[in-house]
Each structure stands twice: as structure tokens, then as C-alpha cells.
Write a protein that binds this ligand. Structure first.
Ligand code: ZN
Length: 203
């Protein structure tokens, strides 16, 4: 399995297990809307995730769920956070010009979402983002347009992963601008145990 496929499966599995941060939850649910064919895998992992939770020792599961709970409610109002973030993603999908974009870099604008770690990015056609590395994992979902980097080309509904091992400078082909939902983990990491165990179990 390629690193991207592994990261993708871990992302969906954590989502199925309810262990995702609000930002990742938002990214996965938007991905599944844009790419209905991904639902088959998501549904399969949903079943696997349920079976897995039953097999794990009670203590780690309790600790994990506690961790996910506190991550889900950094402001004490997870439902509001997700509702407001969803509304902004919806606007980015259909009428990005109406959002209040702020300067992030030359040719790049951003809207920070209320879900911690989630940002909307807008890069003009024919322009490149500055080359950068990553402290944690960066997960990018294309909402409109397309971009490419050293790892491939990404179109609406596609998810790209970047981590500490990748330095890249995404660029947008001439023509249409690209709008993405980007989730960065920063110091927090929301997956590992469940995803690692499941990857072995499902292999
Ligand atoms: Zn990056």
C-alpha cells in the first residue's frame, strides 16, 4: 500500500470510529459528498471500526475516547464549531468570491475556519504556493479547480497528504483558481493506535 493509501484509510477509519478532530471530520464528510464512490470504502471501514472497538482492551479505548472528546470540544461547543465551519465550506464550494479572504502569501488567500487546524486556501491560476515543509500532517481536500505538486495532480474531491518527510510547492495550472480545505495537525495527532491496529487487522 502506498503511503497515501495508508494515510487515506487511517483517515476514514478514524472518522468511522468517531476519533477524528472536528477539522478532519469536516474534511472527510465534505470528501464523501464530493466523491460518493468513496462511501463504499468508508462504509466497510465503519463496520471494521465497530468490530475493532469491541476487540480492543477497555482501558485504552476509554483513554482514547476521552482524548477524542477533549479534542472535539476545545471551545466547549463542538456542534456550533462544526456548523459554522460547514457553512464556510459550503460557501467556498459554490461562491468563494463572497468569503472574506485574507492575504496568506503572494497569490494565496485564506479563511481560517472555527474548527482548530482547518483553513480554506485559494490559490490563483498559474501560480505556485511557497515551498514548505510540515511539522505535523497536512491533509488537503480540493474543493474547486486543481493543483499539482511533486506527488501528483489533485482535482475536486481528491485528498492529498503531506508530512514531515515532504517538502513541496503546490502549483495551480493556468486558468481556473484552486480552492482547498486544508487541515494541519500541528502539535496534536488524532490517530495512530486505532489506525495502526486496524491496518494490520485488515491487511
Ligand atoms: Zn504543504
Amino acid at each position: 500500500m502506498s503511503p497515501n493509501a495508508e494515510a487515506y484509510r487511517a483517515l476514514l477509519l478514524d472518522h468511522a470510529a468517531g476519533a477524528s478532530s472536528p477539522a478532519r471530520q469536516l474534511l472527510v464528510e465534505t470528501h464523501l459528498r464530493l466523491r460518493p464512490s468513496a462511501r463504499d470504502l468508508a462504509d466497510a471501514l465503519d463496520v471494521a471500526g465497530g468490530a475493532l472497538l469491541e476487540r480492543l482492551e477497555p482501558e485504552p479505548v476509554a483513554a482514547r475516547l476521552h482524548g477524542a472528546e477533549s479534542a472535539r470540544a476545545p471551545s466547549g461547543a463542538p456542534v456550533d464549531v462544526l456548523r459554522d465551519a460547514r457553512a464556510l465550506v459550503e460557501a467556498a464550494l459554490h461562491s468563494p468570491a463572497h468569503l472574506n479572504w485574507r492575504w496568506r502569501a503572494p497569490a494565496m488567500r485564506e479563511v481560517r475556519l472555527p474548527a482548530p487546524g482547518a483553513t480554506l486556501l485559494r490559490l490563483a491560476g498559474g501560480r505556485a504556493a511557497p515551498k514548505h515543509g510540515h511539522a505535523g500532517e497536512e491533509v488537503t481536500l480540493v474543493l474547486r479547480g486543481a493543483y499539482a505538486d511533486e506527488t501528483g495532480r489533485y482535482a475536486p474531491g481528491d485528498i492529498a497528504f503531506a508530512d514531515a518527510e515532504l517538502d513541496h510547492s503546490p502549483y495551480v495550472p493556468d486558468g481556473e483558481e484552486c480552492v482547498c480545505l486544508v487541515v494541519t495537525d500541528g502539535a496534536l495527532r488524532f490517530h495512530s493506535l486505532l489506525a495502526r491496529v486496524a491496518n494490520r487487522w485488515l491487511a
